[in-house]
Design a protein around this ligand. Structure first.
Ligand code: CMC
Length: 431
């Protein structure tokens, strides 16, 4: 990036501070306020970071107005159609598309780490069977730091690499184990002779009592879902991972923090909430009732799978997901799926409604993904864990980028304090 020659000038209370403006390779210019407090004695205030860039990154770019998502420059629709998940993982982690030999080596490194420490099986048994699989996932991924001591030294690039591969390889195994545990079935060990998506499906749906052949259509759909969720620049869970890691915490603990953040219904939990909402709507004639509720300021209900902090246009992932929903259901011989019909009609009505048009609320990635996962046989409680499996590579890539940046500092936001000013302690008998 070229050194900036532009500056912004902030004048207040007789002071003037010149702030450098940095020009990114894409996206709006960024006013660098890092010296503002030192030079002007004031903080900036931006809850929710609506106008604040929290880091410099080369991994993913989103143009929210155009509805464009690029990983290392490549558009998501091209990656979804032409590439596959592990190749996208390589791209996110290392910056460029791999050669055939590099891809083969990467795939074999991931494949060779899919098993988890056998002692982890006992660890699972401490959870209640009815625990949400996300609760189990947060706990077990965090516990990886107790099992893989040899890859927790973040100052060692080799250990960072091993930890990254371990997480991409083992989080699917752990998510599948969380599912198996929740339904009272034995854990299914990973298989290294089938691809990443097929292996995940097998670990979720096979049982030791019979042979299980992964349906290639299902594997392709699973791979597409993984690919579409792989990274999304500085979203809440990724920023959580970056903030947690900025203190020097070990990578497994940091990814567990990201999983915890992802769980919320405004973020990764929206896929579960969206399918539950579509089922509750049930039939197209009830859509107006739900649209009215979403618009009612006194009703906390929101149309799940709609709206996005960055996209003020179609979420490009939602476009691919909608097409995939049609393809997958068709290939699986599921015609006239009532939930898909409700979703399409809801989308049509919302996109013509003044409220949604004015606020630029469009379907996001979670709007159609649940329909595909449901058709594949996953319960709604597994939707967010599947998002976590897919996003692990994004978190890991952003974590690696941050740790290897010599300018890395502990993240430490300031505040606009509005509490009491200093006051003296009053003894209890005098209160
Ligand atoms: N239904 C109804 N109204 C909405 C919705 C919605 N889904 N989303 C936003 N609005 C309204 C909101 O009430 C606000 O209105 P007003 O300006 O009158 O107060 C306006 O649109 C702007 O919304 P906001 O909450 O200020 O926007 P935000 O950027 O803080 O929130 C969001 C973004 C994704 C949290 C929000 O759109 C939402 O809650 N959507 C539903 C949950 C969802 O689908 N989340 C998945 C996001 S994509 C995947 C991921 O990131 O994990």
């Amino acid at each position: 990036m070229a050194e900036s020659t532009k500056t912004a000038t902030l004048s207040f209370e007789g002071k003037t501070v010149d702030l450098p403006i940095r020009t990114p390779t894409a996206g709006p210019d960024v006013v660098d306020i890092s010296k503002l407090y030192a030079q002007g004695g004031v903080f900036t205030h931006d809850p929710g970071y609506t106008s604040t860039s929290s880091c410099e990154s080369k991994i993913t770019f989103i143009d929210g107005d155009k509805g464009e998502l690029l990983h290392r420059g490549y558009p998501i629709d091209q990656l979804a159609q032409k590439s596959h998940y592990l190749e996208v993982c390589y791209l996110l982690l290392y910056g460029d598309l791999p050669t055939a030999a590099e891809l083969e080596d990467f795939e074999s490194r991931v494949t060779n780490h899919t098993m988890v420490h056998e002692q982890m099986h006992n660890f699972f048994r401490g959870f209640r069977r009815d625990a949400h699989p996300m609760a189990t996932l947060v706990g077990v991924v965090g516990a990886m730091s107790a099992f893989y001591h040899d890859s927790t030294d973040i100052s060692d690039p080799w250990q960072r690499e091993v930890a990254s591969i371990r997480m991409i390889a083992k989080v699917p195994t752990i998510a599948a184990m969380a599912y198996k545990y929740s339904i009272g079935q034995p854990f299914v060990y990973p298989r290294n002779d089938i691809d990443y998506a097929a292996n995940f499906l097998r670990m979720c749906f096979a049982v030791p009592a019979e042979d299980y052949e992964v349906d290639p259509i299902m594997a392709r759909a699973m791979d597409r879902i993984f690919t579409l969720h792989a990274d999304h620049e500085q979203n809440a869970s990724t920023s959580t991972v970056r903030l947690a890691s900025s203190s020097g915490a070990n990578p497994f603990a940091c990814i567990a923090a990201g999983i915890a953040c992802l769980w919320g219904p405004a973020h990764g939990g929206a896929n579960q909430a969206c399918l539950e909402m579509l089922r509750e709507i049930g039939t197209p004639d009830r859509i107006p009732e739900f649209i009215a509720r979403a618009k009612d300021k006194d009703d906390p209900f929101r149309l799940m799978g709609f709206g996005h902090r960055v996209y003020k246009n179609f979420d490009p992932r939602a476009k691919v997901m909608k097409q995939s929903a049609d393809e997958v259901l068709d290939l699986m011989g599921i015609h006239d799926n009532p939930t898909l019909q409700v979703a399409k009609e809801l989308e049509r009505i919302a996109l013509e409604d003044e409220y949604f048009v004015d606020k630029k609320l469009y379907p996001n990635v979670d709007f159609y993904s649940g329909i595909i996962l449901d058709a594949m046989g996953f319960p709604t409680s597994m939707f967010t864990p599947i998002f976590a499996v897919s996003r692990t590579v994004g978190w890991v890539s952003q974590w690696k980028e941050m740790i290897s940046d010599p300018a890395m500092k502990i993240g430490r936001p300031r505040q606009l304090y509005t509490g009491h000013t200093r006051r003296d302690y009053v003894d209890v008998e005098n209160r």
